[in-house]
Structure formats: structure tokens, C-alpha cells
Design a protein around this ligand. Structure first.
Ligand SMILES: *[C@@H]1O[C@H](CO)[C@@H](O)[C@H](O)[C@H]1NC(C)=O
Ligand SMILES: *[C@@H]1O[C@H](CO)[C@@H](O)[C@H](O)[C@H]1NC(C)=O
Ligand SMILES: *[C@@H]1O[C@H](CO)[C@@H](O)[C@H](O)[C@H]1NC(C)=O
Ligand SMILES: *[C@@H]1O[C@H](CO)[C@@H](O)[C@H](O)[C@H]1NC(C)=O
Ligand SMILES: *[C@@H]1O[C@H](CO)[C@@H](O)[C@H](O)[C@H]1NC(C)=O
Ligand SMILES: *[C@@H]1O[C@H](CO)[C@@H](O)[C@H](O)[C@H]1NC(C)=O
Ligand SMILES: *[C@@H]1O[C@H](CO)[C@@H](O)[C@H](O)[C@H]1NC(C)=O
Length: 834
């Protein structure tokens, strides 16, 4: 709790931190004695006896912690990082279940839309080649040959393989980090004196102590971490972050307020490789600090007394099928899902299915707008100012600069840090945001507002229809264009054929006629089952009738829809667009996007703001639905963007640096349902087909894995003849700024600065300009232009004895990284077959 409190103290407010972990620490800072030393602390390798005693040692700490007052409520207790790692590293594995698991992931990543682009990235994408299929085979062979005998190492290597893809929609959510994880003893901030001077890195608490100017005599900036220049050190530390932009990965290291984040210098998750680290400051001091480890506390339980060894953890928590456990393994999985909620996003389908299950009650009718919004309430992201209006789930806030600034300002602000509520049980989230935006824009017109700042910092996406709706409320007559496509491979083809047969045009028409806007109330069981099938078919997009072509027309045939289309030495569907008039295709029969369905009449309303009077503010973390929304604003309306943060340099930096993929699909929550619906409704014709289904269809994990996900659909700009996914273009923002102590904490200080830069007296961005925006989206033909570096090192073989090389933005000490390049250079474009 102290770490939380210390962070809040810096920010001068009592906010809570999104990813805060309660730490029963008595002091956020470690006690001494620590020697002054410059070189890196030695990497730690446990001995056989360390491995033997690690988990039992945690058990002893757990037993004494259980006798403290805090134990009643704490979610974790602190242990020495050494014994935490001793325990983790002692977890063994059985080859068979691990091999089955790796094979399951291999089947599932066939659905990763950019599989081939990742193995052989386009020039200037900034992406290093990552051949996932070969990498999984490598890990599997290492397990089979007993060169990997530790489950923790399997997890770490799979995580690095997927993390190196820098694709936020591609991940495995493990349970082990919810049992034991690591922290630095404090958080860092990256601050500039005035927003345009290059930033320096500080210990967050040091800056808080000073409460004045950052560059005063008290707070001394960090110059080195473990003897390495601080910029290089943080760059390396953040290499496996999910952003494709090194600047956005850099930002992920630091504490922020909007949205509240502790930063991944602090939140380590995995063992840092050593038990201590050394910071060197500008004032010449070097200090060694210990890392912290947290072990799961189950109040009132005796979890650790049954986990005396790594073997116990393997047997009782890991090598357990998730569907067959209700005990400690099941609880740990629930905890892991909770810990991963920032990336395991609900979809409108999950909402709709929830409502279906209570279809006999009246709960499934959306309350009137006035019950879905709140005026003048506080908002966690913006201390010091309250939004004029917000939705009840605190997703979106609408502000007027004149309300907090005494100027006669004509600037309004929309702040949206995600396109879904933090609370997964929140009801009618899309309806509530729609209502808040509508009422806010009406008030803005009443007050004759002329300009709008849209702040999407930290926005990792969410419900796609919420992003479309916000765009349509701002530009009612514009047709938002997002051309998307899926990977065409044997499993996606089979599922698409089955879903297209099962949920045909007659079924769709029947459901719309029977259900309409009634949200599934009083459905018969047969209708309910058809509706569920249709919902999953819609979510999967693997259905000819629930998609439109690039021109917004229906597909004439299955092949017109599904292809295959040969591109980049891989196969895809044709370009798909949403059928926004079809509520079933949009995902929720109870919700119309503004301008369509029940809200079709809105399409004739005038736009409340001119595009040149709108500025989009990001911190590069604009992912998924946010990326789709930003693409509408930038590509269709030429709206200017400001990006905050990034490495201390004066290069252009990306505006949208989160995944630009158009959809994520989860293995267990979604994919297994697709397969089950297909298998419930169709039977294989013969044993050969049955065998094929087993070989290509994802199946439930046989180990305790919380979840896994892939990027399902690419977003492709209409003007790009190469049809390269937007994910592989790093497109610069018009203007770049750095955080100051004021703008880091107070969003309204940042908005005032952006207002001045866009429409007032200020001119200087740290890079670029808003008044004279020169970033043209795309070249003369509208093809996107990427600021990623050219590949310099060519392709990697990654195989026997070849020195792996990173081809992206930085030369990283390759000995530190597990590397998966394209195995056979140009030849093995699809990875190695097995
Ligand atoms: C634990 O939480 C409960 C409920 O929130 C509270 O009543 C109790 O005082 C807390 N106990 C401790 C030791 O903090
Ligand atoms: C695992 O190793 C054995 C030999 O130890 C070999 O026969 C088998 O084919 C290997 N399996 C895989 C999947 O590589
Ligand atoms: C910071 O420096 C000022 C003078 O430069 C001094 O008065 C003050 O006590 C210092 N604060 C801390 C916390 O060291
Ligand atoms: C140097 O700066 C660091 C970080 O601000 C601080 O903790 C340390 O006390 C300073 N050392 C001296 C000798 O002033
Ligand atoms: C559903 O059934 C209830 C109870 O029979 C009825 O009151 C309600 O009007 C029905 N709803 C619809 C939309 O038909
Ligand atoms: C869309 O329309 C354009 C212009 O009429 C045409 O060239 C193109 O083939 C159409 N695309 C599809 C997928 O029908
Ligand atoms: C705007 O930018 C262009 C291109 O960099 C430059 O030629 C022009 O002088 C700039 N105009 C102003 C007013 O700064």
C-alpha cells in the first residue's frame, strides 16, 4: 500500500492506480547498507540447493506473514527476490503436456493475421523479424531434447517470442506472474523542464520531495542504470513491450497520471535477472537497490503450505486443465484473468450474451440517457478539474476550458482513456458513452464552442462500435472506412464455410425480424440458440453475409468474400467492411451506431466542429479501437495530432503506436466457442476429415493457462496498393511534446498548452508544428509513409551458430536476447513445416 501512497503523494492526490498491487511494505524505499559501485550487479544463477529450498523458503515467509494484521486483506506479501526466483526456477515440466500446449499455440497463431509480415517485416516498419512458427518449434525441440527443463523458462521464451512481435493483440496470459512477480522499489518519471527541452529520467519520489522545479538542486536525474547509459538501458528493458514504436515502448517505462499507470520500470512481472540494480545520478552518486518480489496471499487460506517445492507448483497449479479445476489452480487462473484485464478486453458480444442470459427480466432494456450520465463528478484521470459530463462508467469525460480557466475560451475537450469500462460488469457501456457524447456536443453547441481537443492518451481500445459511434457523432455525414481482412488458412476457411452455411441470409433476416431492438427478450430456446450462433459468427467475421466488400456492397459469392487473395507470399480474404446498418453484424441488437439503424436520421446533422478545429492528443499508446478511430480522424478528416513523450531526441514520433490491428480474438473465450458451434452443427464426413479437424482446430488448453489471443484482422488503407497492414507503418504525429511536472499530473495544463500551440500564441513543439503541420498522411498517392528505420542487417537465420542481429531501431546486446529470425532467410517464408 505504501508504494501506492507514495505515488499518489507525488501526484498530490488520492487517486488509485490502475494496476496497483497492494504491497504490505513498511517502507517504499529499501533500507541500507548499500555500497557505492558502478558496474552491474552480477546476474544471479541459483545453485541446486537454492532451487531445492526456494519454494519452502517462501512458505516460511508466508507462515509468518499469516500471523500479521495485514494478512487478512493483503493480495500479496513481499519476499526476497532471490528466493522468489529460486522457487520459480525450480518448477519442472513434463514434456508431453508442454509439447501439446506449444502445438496448441501453433494452431492458434495460424489465425494471427500478420504471421508472414512478422517473419519478414516490410522495410521501414521498425519491426524486427519474428518467425513465430519456427520459434515455437525451437522451443518445443529444446523441451523435447531436455535442454529446457524449467517451466518458467518455457513461459519466458514464449513471452519473448510473442513480445518481440510488438503486437498488443498477440499474447499468452500466464498464471505464474499472478503467483510470484517482481517490482522495482520505486517508479520513474521522464520529465522536461518546459515541454520542449529533452527530458531526463528521475526517481518519481525524488521529484515529489521537491514539489517545485524539476531541475532544481535537489532532484538529480538518473544518468546510468547498472553502469549503462540510461537511455540505452531503458530502451533495452522495454524491448518486449507491445508497441511497434520504440518511443511508445519508452513511455511504457514511466509513471503517468492520465491514465494512472505505475510504469513498467516498476512493474517487472518477470525476474529481472539479478537481485539488485544500481542507479547513477547526475550528482555523481551511485546507489544499489534491491528488487522486490511479491508472492500471492490468499487471505484465510494456506496456499503456500501445500507448495513446498517447484514440483508442487507444477502438479497443483500449472499442469492442470483449466476446465477441470475448482481449487487453488482455478482461483489462480481467475486472479490471472483479473491481473490481465488491461489486455483481455470484453467485446460487445460478451455484453449481448450477458443480456441474453437474463432475457426474461427487464434488466436488458437500456435506461434512459439521463440515467447513464453524470454531471460535474470527479474523474480519476484528471485531478484538479472535473468533466462537465461523463458516462456512469467513467469511460469518457467532456470538459470546457472556460469552466476551469478564466479565459473566454471556445475550446472543448473530450478525454477518453479506453473504449470500454474498467469494470467488466458495467452495463450498457456503449449506450452510456453514446449518451454522454451526445449531451456534451449539444452543450458545446449551446455554448458556441469552436474548437475541440480529443485526448486519447493511454487508450488501448475496447468496443469497436464505441469508436465508430464517437467518430459519427463528430462527423455525422461521413462514412467511416476501415478495410479489414483475415488470414485465409485451412482452419479459418473451414470455420467460415460452416458459419456461412449455418447463419445464412434467411437466419439473419429472421433474427432481425424477431428480435429487432428488443435485445432478445422472451426468445424461445431455438431462437436463442440461433442468436448465439449468429453472435459468434458475427464476432468471428467468418461469415459472408455479415460483412460487406470494400465498396460497401454485399458479397456475391463465398469466394468473393473469402478468397484466397495472394499477397506478400501469404493468403487472405478479400477486403471486408462493417455493415453498420446490420445490428447483428455490429454485434449488438440493442445498440445502433449514430447515423445507422434507429439513429439513421443523425446522418444529416451538421458536424459540431470543423476538422481544422480539432486536435488529437496521444501518448503513442493508441491501440486497437483507438487506432481505428484515429485512422478515421487522420485519414478521412486530416486532423492534426500531438504526441507526448518518447525517447529524449528530436526525431518525429508516432501518433498511433499501439496495435493497429482491427480485431483481437481470444483463444478460450472466443475461438473455442467458434469451434464448438461448428462441431455441434456439422460432423466430419469421414475419419480423415475428423483427423484434419483435430489437427487444425484449436482445442482447450490442457494446462492452466489464463488466456491467449491473436490479432484477427488487419486494417488496410484504401489507397495502399501493396495492402500492407497499417501495423507496419509508423506514422508521425504533427507535433511532439514532452511531459513537464505540471502536464504529467494535470491534464488541463497539457490541454492549455495544446490549445496555445494549435490556436494561440505558442509555436514551438519539441519537434514538428501544429500551426504549420507538415505531416501529410501518405505520399502523393495516399500510400502511408513510415518513419521506422530501414533494415540494415538483412534477415536473420536465427539458426545454428548464426549470430542473431536485431534489424530494428537499435543495436541491442544480442547475447541478452532470445532471438527468432526467419530460419532459412528468404526461403522459409512460412516458417518451417513439421
Ligand atoms: C479488511 O477489509 C475489511 C473490509 O474491507 C475491513 O473491514 C477490515 O478492517 C480490513 N482489515 C484490515 C486488517 O485492514
Ligand atoms: C522427441 O525426442 C525423441 C527422441 O528423444 C524423438 O524420437 C521424437 O521424435 C522427438 N519429438 C519431437 C516432437 O521432436
Ligand atoms: C532543496 O534545495 C533547497 C535549496 O536549494 C533546500 O532549501 C531544500 O531543503 C532542499 N530540499 C530537500 C528535500 O533536500
Ligand atoms: C544525488 O541525487 C540522488 C537522486 O536525487 C539523491 O538520492 C542523492 O541523495 C544525491 N546525492 C547527493 C550526495 O546529493
Ligand atoms: C416478455 O414476457 C413478459 C412476461 O410474459 C411480458 O410482460 C413482456 O411484455 C414480454 N416482452 C416482449 C418484448 O414481448
Ligand atoms: C469497387 O468499386 C471500384 C470502382 O467502381 C471497382 O473498380 C472495384 O473493383 C470495386 N471493388 C469491389 C471489391 O467490388
Ligand atoms: C511551413 O512548413 C513549410 C515546410 O516545412 C515551410 O516551407 C514553410 O515556410 C512553413 N511556414 C511557416 C509559416 O512556418
Amino acid at each position: 500500500m505504501i508504494v501506492k501512497a507514495a505515488a499518489a503523494a507525488l501526484l498530490g492526490l488520492g487517486c488509485t492506480f490502475a494496476d496497483a498491487v497492494s504491497l504490505p511494505l513498511t517502507d517504499g524505499r529499501p533500507a541500507g547498507p548499500f555500497v557505492k559501485r558502478q558496474s552491474a550487479p552480477a546476474k544471479y544463477t541459483p545453485t541446486a540447493s537454492d532451487l531445492e529450498s526456494g519454494c519452502a523458503n517462501i512458505g516460511r515467509v508466508a507462515a509468518s506473514f499469516a500471523r500479521t494484521v495485514e494478512a487478512a486483506n493483503a493480495s500479496s506479501f513481499q519476499v526476497d527476490p532471490k528466493i522468489a526466483y529460486d522457487c520459480l526456477a525450480s518448477i519442472p515440466l513434463d514434456k508431453e503436456p508442454v509439447t501439446i500446449f506449444l502445438n496448441e499455440i501453433r494452431k492458434f497463431v495460424q489465425f494471427q493475421s500478420t504471421l508472414e509480415y512478422l517473419a519478414r517485416p516490410p522495410d521501414k516498419s521498425g519491426q524486427d523479424p519474428m518467425d513465430i512458427l519456427s520459434g515455437l518449434i525451437d522451443i518445443g525441440s529444446a523441451v523435447n531434447s531436455s535442454s529446457i527443463t524449467s517451466w518458467y523458462e518455457v513461459e519466458t521464451r514464449v513471452e519473448k517470442l510473442l513480445g518481440g512481435c510488438h503486437e498488443g493483440h498477440l499474447y499468452v496470459a500466464w498464471v505464474l506472474p499472478s503467483l510470484i512477480n517482481f517490482r522495482a522499489p520505486f517508479q520513474l518519471v521522464s520529465l522536461s523542464e518546459d515541454g520542449t527541452q529533452l527530458p531526463k529520467v528521475y526517481v518519481a519520489d525524488d521529484v515529489a520531495l521537491e514539489r517545485g522545479r524539476v531541475s532544481g538542486t535537489n532532484a538529480s536525474a538518473i544518468t546510468h542504470i547498472d553502469g549503462e547509459d540510461v537511455v540505452t538501458a531503458i530502451d533495452k528493458l522495454m524491448y518486449y513491450e507491445s508497441s511497434q514504436s520504440p518511443d511508445v515502448r519508452w513511455n511504457a517505462a514511466f509513471q503517468t497520471q492520465n491514465p494512472p499507470k505505475q510504469g513498467d520500470f516498476y512493474t517487472r512481472t518477470r525476474y529481472p535477472g539479478a537481485n539488485t540494480f544500481i542507479l547513477t545520478f547526475e550528482n555523481g552518486t551511485s546507489t544499489e537497490y534491491p528488487y522486490i518480489a511479491n508472492a500471492l496471499n490468499v487471505p484465510g487460506g494456506s496456499l503456500w503450505s501445500s507448495l513446498a517445492s517447484g514440483q508442487d507448483i507444477w502438479d497443483k497449479l500449472i499442469n492442470v486443465p483449466p476446465r477441470q479445476n475448482t481449487g487453488a489452480a482455478g482461483k489462480l487462473r481467475v486472479r490471472a484473468l483479473e491481473d490481465n484485464k488491461h489486455r483481455i478486453q470484453r467485446t460487445p458480444l460478451d455484453d449481448a450474451i450477458d443480456r441474453l442470459t437474463k432475457r426474461q427480466s427487464n434488466d436488458n432494456v437500456a435506461p434512459p440517457p439521463e440515467q447513464l450520465i453524470r454531471y460535474d463528478g470527479d474523474f480519476p484521470d484528471t485531478p484538479g478539474v472535473s468533466p462537465f459530463i461523463q458516462d456512469i462508467n467513467k469511460v469518457i469525460g467532456g470538459y470546457f476550458m472556460a469552466d476551469y480557466d478564466d479565459r473566454e475560451s471556445k475550446t472543448a475537450i473530450i478525454d477518453i482513456t479506453g473504449f470500454s469500462p474498467d469494470d467488466p460488469t458495467a452495463q450498457f457501456a456503449t449506450q452510456a458513452v453514446q449518451a454522454a457524447v451526445e449531451l456534451f456536443l449539444e452543450e458545446a453547441q449551446r455554448r458556441k464552442m469552436e474548437r475541440l481537443i480529443i485526448d486519447v492518451r493511454g487508450n488501448g481500445g475496447g468496443f469497436v462500435n464505441m469508436g465508430y459511434d464517437l467518430y459519427k457523432q463528430l462527423f455525422p455525414s461521413s462514412e467511416p472506412y476501415a478495410g479489414t481482412r483475415l488470414r485465409n488458412h485451412p482452419a479459418s476457411l473451414k470455420i467460415a464455410q460452416a458459419f456461412t452455411q449455418l447463419v445464412d441470409q434467411d437466419v439473419i433476416n429472421g433474427l432481425i425480424r424477431d428480435i429487432g431492438g428488443g435485445m432478445g427478450e422472451n426468445l424461445s430456446n431455438a431462437q436463442l440458440s440461433r442468436y448465439q450462433n449468429a453472435q459468434y459468427a458475427s464476432l468471428s467475421n467468418l461469415n459472408q453475409y455479415l460483412n460487406l466488400d470494400a465498396n460497401g456492397s454485399t458479397f456475391r459469392s463465398f469466394d468473393d468474400f473469402f478468397g484466397p487473395v495472394d499477397i506478400y507470399d501469404d493468403q487472405f480474404t478479400h477486403i471486408l467492411t462493417y455493415d453498420l446498418n446490420n445490428l447483428l453484424a455490429v454485434g449488438d441488437l440493442g445498440y445502433s451506431i449514430t447515423g445507422y439503424g434507429d439513429r439513421a436520421s443523425y446522418a444529416t446533422k451538421p458536424a459540431p466542429f470543423k476538422p481544422e478545429n480539432i486536435v488529437l492528443v496521444t501518448d503513442g499508446t493508441c491501440a486497437s479501437t483507438c487506432g481505428i478511430f484515429a485512422e478515421f480522424l487522420r485519414n478521412q478528416q486530416k486532423i492534426r495530432t500531438v504526441v507526448i513523450g518518447g525517447r529524449p531526441n528530436r526525431d518525429p514520433s508516432v501518433a498511433v503506436g499501439g496495435t493497429r490491428g482491427a480485431q483481437v480474438i481470444q483463444h478460450t473465450a472466443h475461438m473455442l466457442n467458434f469451434v464448438q458451434i461448428i462441431e455441434n452443427n456439422f460432423a466430419p464426413v469421414d475419419a480423415a476429415e475428423k483427423a484434419e479437424w483435430d489437427q487444425i482446430f484449436p482445442r482447450p488448453f490442457q494446462m492452466n493457462i489464463a488466456e491467449a489471443a491473436v490479432n484477427w484482422k488487419d486494417n488496410i488503407r484504401a489507397t495502399d496498393p501493396t495492402q500492407t497492414p497499417l501495423q507496419f507503418y509508423l506514422e508521425a504525429a504533427d507535433c511532439r511534446l514532452f511531459y513537464t511536472k505540471q502536464t504529467l499530473v494535470y491534464s488541463h495544463e497539457l490541454w492549455n498548452k495544446v490549445d496555445d500551440l494549435a490556436w494561440g500564441s505558442e509555436d514551438s513543439c519539441a519537434q514538428g508544428s501544429l500551426k504549420n503541420a507538415t505531416v501529410v498522411l501518405g505520399d502523393a498517392n495516399g500510400v502511408p509513409v513510415s518513419i521506422g528505420r530501414s533494415s540494415t542487417a538483412g534477415y536473420n537465420s536465427g539458426a545454428n551458430g548464426d549470430l542473431p542481429q536485431l534489424t530494428g531501431d537499435y543495436d541491442v546486446d544480442t547475447a541478452l536476447w532470445i532471438w527468432y529470425g526467419v530460419r532459412h532467410s528468404f526461403g522459409a517464408s512460412r516458417g518451417r513445416n513439421i
